[in-house]
Ligand binder design. Structure first.
Ligand SMILES: Nc1nc2c(c(=O)[nH]1)N[C@H]1C(S)=C(S)[C@@H](COP(=O)(O)OP(=O)(O)OC[C@H]3O[C@@H](n4cnc5c(=O)[nH]c(N)nc54)[C@H](O)[C@@H]3O)O[C@H]1N2
Ligand SMILES: Nc1nc2c(c(=O)[nH]1)N[C@H]1C(S)=C(S)[C@@H](COP(=O)(O)OP(=O)(O)OC[C@H]3O[C@@H](n4cnc5c(=O)[nH]c(N)nc54)[C@H](O)[C@@H]3O)O[C@H]1N2
Ligand code: SF4
Ligand SMILES: [Mo]
Length: 767
């Protein structure tokens, strides 16, 4: 392939060419401006009629599930609309009327396209026909669906071992698509099934499984409404789960209190105007967080240890701070934990956490007599070396307070992608589940492999070492989502064939194996028709409720294929119609897939009928206070170490976070309204004292470097932004900073990359 193309295309309009503008962070989340923003995106991308029609059906019982985050809909949705600004943006992004067809790919080579930003790539619109990039070509060209399936089948058959193929999944796929995909990978012979969850809530899954016996949260949406205290730790709901603010608002109206634990004072937790009620539209809103504990990055463990120590001290006096009856009946490890807490010095814990004595006192006062406590969390806890321990420490607090397995109390790991939880439930797992394997054998008629496969980090390494030759992705943008972008890119380029089932153009389509296939699929909001009948599919939200989803818009092209059908037809071609499962028929009729899911996946039952309307809850042992699978049949208190980072004088802790205008690697726009940054994403949030100490001025240009295992990694040309963030801490956006995250550093046991605590230095390039 030739090199040295000039960057001769730009789709940035005059609006986007503006220079960076800074403003105060927006004080109020949502409200009128939120509604206006949502509609602006919708109208621009998909026209007024389509936008209004689609928005009114989003998250309604007979409509479709919002393609954005996994926050649940209320069991009784409001008729005037159950969506938020960012849900509307996600919809507009998917349902855009702009299209990247074969003539577009003929005009621009892969190399020319790769010079554009992620924001620009996404703006080219929907992928509308299957395309192939041949080894001797620099342009994608059209291919028929059948030829594409044959090509994949041929490459798969050439492999020396099934483990030379890797099947990645991103969390937007339906239960039906994910089930077929996972079963195809197993029928083909591998458990190489990394998924986006490995980079996301894997630490939660591990921590919850070993302490409470299920890798999912325990609360239902309605539990939040009457909780006495909701702790929101390491999560930015105003941007990433906006309708969670409505639930918190309800909780507050009922007298509940909210504690935010976060290095940043995130908009929305401060003041929230609910666009779904008139008061919220026009008036001042609700201050959501009663207490903000501005913790240092990755110092949640010392903070919680300090809180536990103080509560324990009070409990020795009054005996009613911890729930002793609950602990006796259901909890293991009480004495050991209390003994361990004695080892720690309170003053040291306080200084490590970065919180003031006054705030700690307020927190203790609030928590002491309360037992209806919910802890909500997301990536601020999971993406650290000690991610699993972080979560276990918060679970200690809940268990000591008896705040588990009762109404209005419990765990709430707030999931990311709209169906990431469902995908895992129906079998996207790289590890071996003997029980599942037994049922596959019994009901699907083939023997699945019994060796553990690779997760995301394992996939990156296998490709890098040339051990993987075929890499298929059901959605997502693996290159930009995974850590260590340069390392990952080299790995992907080692493959013989890369296959991307996608809706929109992204960088993983441009950094490819020797041959690459781009298979365009139907989005959530679109009608999935077969022989004149519309098909439905199912999803599972963050709280374990299974519901149906049915798109309403005309698909972006007649040449799209649904995800289940793509997998079914690939499997049919690969097995040449000779396999225990009738793949072709399954791809046509999803109700048959649901029948198989009911038989093979524990907890799914009569999904065909029960998924309609408000849907149904999957079983959850924590809600039943059943810990019989755990040691001594009890929930487990755990002893967790305080993390030490040993930063040198010129080193900082960097967290890589989301702006208000992106969904993971999909960049909707260049603004982060809630943090007051406009027209620019290459920014570095830093404390003003640190700026003084390191002689940095606002908008200075810096390079950020990390040095792990003697490898220097550099993210170039970031603008300095003074911000309310603890000293020694930095914030910058993902995925621009993924180049800094070392592939070999991840959470113990969950292997989630350390995207929220990267040791870095800052070097001034120019003022
Ligand atoms: N609009 C929109 N919605 C989304 C997404 C999106 O990109 N855009 N992504 C989806 C996905 S896949 C996910 S996983 C979720 C992500 O949802 P979040 O986890 O809310 O997303 P992040 O931006 O990664 O924010 C992490 C938060 O943790 C804080 N934090 C960082 N380090 C620490 C720490 O050490 N301790 C504590 N206590 N806090 C810390 C940060 O300041 C930030 O507020 O959102 C989902 N929803
Ligand atoms: N540094 C750093 N890295 C991170 C994170 C972080 O906080 N910091 N967060 C991590 C997290 S939590 C996650 S979940 C991962 C996200 O990792 P991924 O899930 O791999 O990435 P996304 O950006 O969500 O994927 C976007 C692409 O999905 C495709 N797509 C969208 N809708 C559909 C659909 O309906 N079907 C199909 N087939 N394709 C579709 C589009 O082509 C789009 O370009 O990133 C992780 N990486
Ligand atoms: S909270 Fe999440 S699921 Fe609900 S409408 Fe907003 S983006 Fe969609
Ligand atoms: Mo995620």
């Amino acid at each position: 392939m030739s090199v040295g193309f000039k960057r001769n295309i730009s789709i940035r309009g005059s609006e986007e060419l503006l220079k960076i503008r800074l403003d105060k962070p927006v004080a109020h989340a949502a409200g009128l401006l939120g509604v206006k923003e949502a509609l602006r995106h919708g109208f621009k991308e998909m026209g007024i009629t389509r936008s209004m029609k689609a928005l009114l059906e989003m998250n309604q019982k007979d409509g479709f599930d919002c393609p954005s985050c996994a926050w649940p809909d209320p069991e009784k949705p409001s008729k005037i609309g159950e969506y938020c600004e960012n849900g509307a943006k996600a919809l507009a992004d998917e349902a855009t009327t702009t299209k990247a067809d074969a003539s577009f790919f003929q005009k621009y080579s892969v190399e020319e396209l790769s010079l554009l930003t992620d924001y620009e790539l996404n703006k080219f619109g929907r992928l509308v026909e299957p395309l192939v990039l041949k080894p001797d070509s620099i342009n994608y060209e059209p291919i028929t669906w059948q030829e594409a399936f044959k090509l994949i089948a041929t490459e798969l058959k050439k492999l020396d071992s099934p483990d030379e193929a890797i099947f990645y999944t991103s969390g937007r796929s339906s239960n039906e698509a994910a089930f077929l995909y996972g079963m195809f990978a197993r029928a083909f012979g591998t458990n190489n099934m990394p998924d986006c969850s490995n980079m996301c809530h894997e630490s939660s899954g591990v921590a919850l499984s070993e302490t409470l016996g299920i890798g999912k949260g325990s609360i239902k949406l309605e539990d939040l409404y009457e909780a006495e205290v909701v702790i929101v730790a390491g999560q930015n709901p105003g941007t990433n789960h906006p309708r969670m603010l409505s639930a918190l608002e309800k909780c507050k109206r009922n007298g509940g209190k909210v504690i935010s634990i976060n290095p940043l004072e995130e908009t929305g937790l401060v003041n929230f105007r609910n666009p779904q009620n008139i008061k919220g539209l026009v008036n001042g809103g609700e201050d959501i967080a009663d207490i903000h504990l501005q913790v240092n990055i990755n110092q949640d463990i010392p903070l919680i240890k300090l809180i536990l120590k103080r509560l324990a001290a009070l409990d020795t006096i009054t005996s009613d701070v911890f729930d002793h009856e609950f602990i006796r009946k259901y909890v293991d490890g009480y004495d050991a934990l209390l003994q361990d807490l004695e080892k720690y010095d309170e003053a040291k814990l306080l200084s490590q956490s970065g919180i003031s004595e006054e705030e700690i006192n307020k927190t203790i006062k609030l928590l002491a007599k309360k037992s209806k406590i919910v802890v909500c969390w997301a990536m601020g806890l999971t993406q650290h070396k000690n991610g699993v321990e972080n979560i276990r420490e918060y679970i200690n607090l809940l268990l000591l307070k008896g705040a588990i397995g009762k109404p209005n109390a419990g765990t709430c790991p707030v999931r990311g992608h709209s169906n990431v939880q469902g995908d895992r439930s129906v079998g996207i797992q790289h590890f071996v589940n003997k029980d599942l394997n037994r049922r596959i054998k019994e009901h699907l008629g083939f023997t699945p492999p019994s060796e553990e496969g690779v997760d995301t980090v394992g996939a990156m390494k296998a490709m890098h070492k040339g051990k993987a030759k075929v890499f298929m992705c059901l959605g997502g943008n693996f290159l930009m989502a995974a850590s260590d972008t340069t390392y990952t890119a080299k790995g992907i380029q080692n493959c013989e064939l890369t296959v991307q089932v996608s809706t929109k153009l992204n960088r993983t389509h441009l950094v490819t194996g020797k041959t690459a296939l781009l298979l365009p699929t139907i989005g959530r909001s679109e009608k999935d028709m077969k022989n004149g009948v519309q098909r439905k599919f199912t999803v599972e939200n963050s709280m374990g409720r299974v519901t149906q989803s049915r798109g309403i818009l005309k698909p972006a092209s007649d040449n799209l294929m649904s995800e289940p059908e793509i997998i079914a037809r690939l499997a049919h071609t690969y097995f040449d119609g000779k396999h225990a499962m009738d793949w072709k028929t399954l791809g046509d009729d999803y109700s048959l897939i649901r029948e198989y899911i009911d038989k093979v996946v524990k907890g799914f039952d009569k999904t065909e009928e029960r998924s309609s309307g408000a849907g149904y809850y999957l079983p959850n042992n924590v809600r039943e206070l059943d810990f019989s699978k755990l040691p001594n049949g009890k929930a487990q208190l755990t002893i967790n170490k305080v993390p030490h980072h040993d930063l040198k004088d010129d080193e900082f802790m960097l967290m890589t976070i989301r702006s208000h205008d992106q969904f993971n690697t999909t960049i909707y726009g260049l603004d982060d309204r809630y943090r007051g940054v406009y027209n620019e994403r290459r920014v570095l949030f830093i404390n003003e004292d640190d700026m003084k100490q390191f002689h940095l001025k606002k908008l200075d240009v810096v390079n950020i470097t990390s040095n792990y295992d003697n490898t220097l990694r550099v993210a170039r040309n970031f603008l300095i932004i003074p911000y309310n963030i603890p000293k020694g801490n930095l914030g910058a956006y993902f995925p621009e900073t993924n180049v800094l995250v070392p592939y070999n550093h991840f959470a113990d046991r969950s292997k989630t990359p350390i995207s929220k605590s990267i040791k870095v230095k800052v070097e001034k390039v120019k003022s």
